[in-house]
Design a protein around this ligand. Structure first.
Ligand SMILES: *Cc1c(COP(=O)(O)O)cnc(C)c1O
Length: 390
């Protein structure tokens, strides 16, 4: 099946769901067993994720497992198992607990999502894990960062805020050669535009809060693992009691069905808005890997099937720390964190602890939604007037 068809059909088993199109929302803790033998049988298969042998609500309902099957189908044949977490951040951190122990050395890309960095610097260090950061430009030179005790590497592409893209296939290859588990936060690309398992990455993470949910009505993270990493990840998932409510799973699964057209439409609008921004005197640069002038363009062109609708805008130097009146004047763009929803958002970029210098004091990040792009451009145009007053 092609991707658009997979998005609609993957995971669904209509005849089991009373012949309705959608699976039921099963609000569940207790499963009632048919007999003593059934109890014993299900207990034996407790962790096997077999839908009609689920012994208890924390192992997920059939609706959870339909969603997980769809996620695996989208990541390709190397996907062995998937799970959902109560937030994107939890999906970033729990796999780290699965694979790291005291005395290990863990590598993180310098542009990693800020709260993941904080987890590494506080909790992992407290656990006795040696934490080191590497620049996104590293490519096969990553091998020079490996130590005998390096066990895990985590990257994100493109980097939060700076939009730099690492060479994922080269890094994944070096990790394989050195028996280092590679983990990627792939939220920006979605499984539609990049499938990291296909290029040798072991564990893929998405903040389903963003494009998968797509409607700003839930927080969720998902993890998809290959065959080598799934058993260990799943044990930690069970041992730490990671579970999500079926209402949220239902919303995420519903979001997934329409993700293809949402992503496509918002990217088309983003392209139009980026083109308009590049005509403006106030703008120095737009950070979007799909722009031929972007430093990450060659990697993006080689590895990705598309770009999504989140990008950065760097204003010229005279606008440093002067962006607030423009941001306050926006009428259609919301001033809000997150992205990937149906509504457009804009935030002032904020300083992180990245080593790579980025001029945050004159940057905004735009998430384009499903409005008419001409209305969005009109909104930006009237807000840009406020930049002129000074
Ligand atoms: C938003 C985001 C997360 C965290 O997701 P939450 O659901 O907000 O916890 C993780 N990684 C990236 C790249 C994100 O954009």
């Amino acid at each position: 099946m092609r991707e658009e068809t997979l998005l609609v059909h993957a995971g669904r088993h209509i005849s089991d769901d009373y012949d309705f199109v959608n699976p039921p929302v099963i609000r569940a803790s207790t499963v009632l067993h048919k007999s003593a033998e059934d109890m014993l049988n299900r207990a034996m298969h407790e962790r096997d994720m077999i839908e009609d042998k689920i012994p208890y609500g924390t192992y997920g309902s059939p609706t959870h497992h339909a969603f997980y099957k769809a996620l695996c189908a989208l990541e390709g044949p190397k996907a062995k198992g998937a799970w959902a977490f109560p937030s994107g951040l939890a999906a970033c951190t729990i796999p780290l607990l699965a694979f790291l122990k005291s005395g290990d050395h863990a590598l993180f890309i310098d542009t990693i999502y800020g709260p993941t960095r904080e987890f590494a610097e506080e909790i992992l260090k407290r656990m006795g894990v040696e934490v080191e950061f590497f620049p996104p430009s590293v490519a096969e030179n990553i091998a020079s960062y490996f130590k005998p005790n390096t066990t895990l590497l985590m990257m994100e592409t493109p980097g939060s805020h700076s939009f730099e893209m690492p060479d994922v296939p080269a890094i994944a290859k070096a990790c394989r050669e050195h028996h280092v588990i590679s983990v990627i936060d792939n939220t920006w690309a979605t499984p539609l535009y990049f499938k990291p398992l296909e290029v040798g990455v072991d564990v893929v993470i998405h903040a389903a809060t963003k494009y998968i949910g797509g409607h700003s009505d839930l927080t969720m993270g998902v993890v998809i693992c290959n065959e080598e990493t799934w058993p260990r990840a799943y044990r930690t998932i069970v041992q730490t009691g990671q579970t999500t409510g079926c209402d949220d799973i239902y919303l995420a699964y519903r979001g997934l069905h329409s993700m293809g057209v949402r992503v496509k439409a918002s990217t088309e609008s983003a392209k139009k808005i980026v083109d308009w921004l590049l005509t403006r005197d106030e703008v120095e640069r737009v950070l979007w890997p799909a722009l031929p002038t972007d430093p990450s363009y060659p990697i993006w062109k080689r590895d990705f099937k598309g770009a999504t609708s989140l990008f950065g805008v760097v204003f010229k130097e005279q606008y440093a720390n002067q962006l607030a009146p423009m941001i306050d004047a926006l009428k259609i763009f919301g001033r809000g964190y997150s992205w990937g929803g149906y509504e457009s958002l804009l935030i002032q970029s904020y300083g992180t602890r990245n080593q790579t210098p980025v001029p945050f004091e004159r940057m905004v990040r735009i998430a384009v939604g499903l409005e008419n792009p001409d209305d969005l451009i009109d909104d930006l145009r009237q807000a840009f007037e406020k930049l002129r007053i000074r």
